[in-house]
Design a protein around this ligand. Structure first.
Ligand code: GRG
Length: 297
């Protein structure tokens, strides 16, 4: 395994080990929703949002342990968004991470509530860190506020609304960029920013992290669109051709495969440029941008 692979795996395994400990358990009457939350949170996933949070915290002088509750909270919120995105009233996808989607396994009502439960648990997990006395309180509040801003109507939910309202309708390249920056980019940016915030990084460093994550987030989403066309259901663990079936305009339909791939390469270079010469100038981040843009799942 390369140095990058080893480092990513170390972060990934640490997240996998920590996540179950944050889940509520043992309530007899609420057992079903708790099972559904665990089913979606622990059911695989690349954990890139958590890894970004851990990596940025470490590069800014913090530790993996300090960042972990925040990294796990980001994965909870991400899992919520996937559960709701798969619902029949949204993208109506039956398969997620190689398994039946949450609503297929538990029914729609429990899936909605499991998503709501994970969203709430994400904030609870972050804000509970205040009571540990291990963090300057303003860092905890700032992290939770970053998350709220990233996933509200000015962020992820806003992006989802634009997405839904443009099904089977034309969308310009500029509008598509706004959609992506909100729906996918906002949480990825928040992941990097929160890692920096927990380490107490100054604003200029947070701004560099933000620019890196902005470029990375768009490269990641364009790659996701390309994989929807070029990959297989087995490799992705979710249905392919879903954008076309849902009448969605993507980078591939607007610019074609080759130009889209070139844009991804340009975005990776931009991401690299954002951190060059700063405290964030680290081989792990260069490799991460490169690998995520070249991923096959
Ligand atoms: C319904 C509130 C609500 C939000 C929906 C973000 C979002 C908005 C839905 C998620 C579905 C989706 C396809 C988003 C685009 C971003 C994206 C590529 C998500 C998949 O993220 P990965 O590849 O997933 O990191 P894993 O499974 O690896 O965690």
């Amino acid at each position: 395994m390369s140095g990058y692979g080893k480092q990513f795996d170390e972060y990934y395994q640490a997240v996998e080990a920590a996540l179950p400990g944050y889940l509520p358990q043992g309530e007899v009457l609420q057992k079903t929703v708790q099972e559904a939350m665990a089913y979606s949170l622990l059911g695989g996933g690349k954990r890139i949002r958590a890894v970004l949070c851990l990596a940025f915290c470490r590069l800014c002088g913090g530790t993996v342990e300090e960042a972990m509750p925040f990294a796990c909270a980001l994965e909870m919120v991400h899992a919520y968004s996937l559960i709701h995105d798969d619902l029949p009233c949204m993208d109506d996808d039956d398969l997620r991470r190689g398994k039946p989607s949450c609503h297929i396994r538990y029914g729609e009502a429990i899936a909605v509530l499991a998503g709501d439960g994970l969203l709430t648990l994400g904030f609870e997990t972050m804000l509970n860190q205040y009571y540990t006395g291990k963090y300057p309180p303003q860092r905890v509040v700032k992290a939770a506020a970053e998350l709220a801003q990233a996933i509200g109507t000015g962020g992820m939910i806003g992006g989802q609304v634009i997405d839904i309202q443009h099904e089977n309708k034309p969308i310009t390249g500029d509008e598509l960029n706004i959609l992506h920056s909100l729906k996918t980019g906002a949480l990825i940016r928040a992941s990097a920013r929160i890692g920096c915030i927990i380490a107490g990084a100054p604003d200029d460093v947070i701004a560099k992290a933000d620019q890196y994550a902005k470029d990375l987030g768009l490269a990641f989403q364009i790659t996701d669109d390309l994989l929807d066309i070029t990959s297989t259901e087995e490799a992705l663990g979710k249905p392919i051709d879903s954008d076309q079936e849902n009448g969605k305009t993507t980078y591939a339909t607007l610019y074609g495969l080759e130009r889209s791939r070139q844009i991804v390469r340009e975005l990776v270079l931009d991401a690299d440029l954002a951190i060059k010469g700063s405290v964030l100038d680290d081989p792990f981040l260069y490799q991460m941008a490169d690998r995520l843009a070249q991923r096959d799942r």
